[in-house]
Design a protein around this ligand. Structure first.
Ligand code: DGL
Length: 280
């Protein structure tokens, strides 16, 4: 492991809303000394029903904001944003440390016993070429069942993790898959790990549920190591939160979703740029 001390630049973690907090939790567990910035583009959530070209512009604006805040590495903690903007971003900034996401079909294909895997993700994620490539590379020997879970991202954005409506959306997705013999479910949207307890209630404990967050956190560690950017300080890292939506609403939800109380700063889109609100 690299032991070089570097000034404490933060890791930027970005999602359309609260979904990326599932990744933030995993990064914090693995790299507790790192300072983090979390950016939720809640003025535009959900991304999953927007055209990919539109999401690509949003990804670029969000990533530029995080760069301006001094982020030493950016995590696109959103499958939809990664599907839309990862390649574009790598072309723009080939040397900038970046970690994106793709639906975790590979581990699911390795773990399924029935050969039947369910993938829960947004419509845009399923439409992107990244998903097509994942299927081609890793799902040759398994049968995939896909569900977009309409309305689920909005429910989770409101903090409705166990309400009857949330349950109904999940049942509509999962019960038909179970009838087909699906034994492994991929969380192909970073919002969805928040409802894993409910998924397990519906499916029974026998269902394997794949949350990619720990693997993403390990990838963050690897990329930081490669760039000699790991922060090995002993003090606990800090977290700063930003949203383009309602800061107070996000602040109210944080204890439920992360166990943390924290202030949230408001951002506003000016054209294709994210800027701090004057009152923030
Ligand atoms: N969290 C995002 C993802 O992983 C999607 C949520 C949205 O539709 O905005 O795909």
């Amino acid at each position: 492991m690299n032991t070089k001390e570097v000034p404490s630049a933060p890791i930027g973690i970005y999602d359309s809303g609260v979904g990326g907090l599932t990744v933030l939790r995993a990064v914090r567990v693995l790299l507790p000394g790192e300072d983090l910035i979390y950016l939720a583009d809640q003025a535009k959530v959900p991304y999953g029903s927007r055209p990919l070209v539109e999401v690509r512009q949003l990804v670029e604006g969000a990533a530029r904001f995080l760069m301006e805040q001094g982020a030493k590495l950016i995590v696109i903690a959103c499958n939809t944003a990664s599907a839309a903007g990862l390649r574009h971003w790598r072309e723009l900034f080939p040397d900038y440390p970046l970690v994106g996401m793709e639906p975790a079909v590979k581990p699911a294909a390795e773990q399924t016993l029935s050969g039947k895997v369910g993938v829960l993700a947004t419509p845009s994620t399923f439409q992107g070429e990244m998903y097509a490539s994942v299927v081609e590379r890793f799902a040759q020997d398994v049968q995939l069942f896909e569900a977009t879970c309409p309305g689920l991202v909005r429910q989770i954005e409101r903090g409705y993790l166990t309400t009857p409506k949330t349950r109904r959306i999940l049942e509509e997705a999962i019960l038909p898959m179970m009838e087909q013999g699906v034994d492994t479910l991929v969380m192909g949207c970073t919002h969805f790990p928040f409802v894993i307890p409910l998924i397990k209630q519906i499916s029974g404990q026998g269902m394997r549920v794949i949350d990619p967050a720990p693997a993403v956190a390990r990838q963050v560690e690897r990329v930081l190591e490669q760039h000699e950017l790991l922060n090995l300080q002993q003090r606990p890292g800090t977290i700063r939160y930003f949203t383009s939506g309602d800061p107070q609403r996000l602040a109210n939800l944080l204890p439920k979703l992360t166990g943390d109380e924290a202030a949230v700063k408001g951002l506003t889109w000016q054209g294709d740029q994210l800027q701090l609100r004057p009152d923030a």
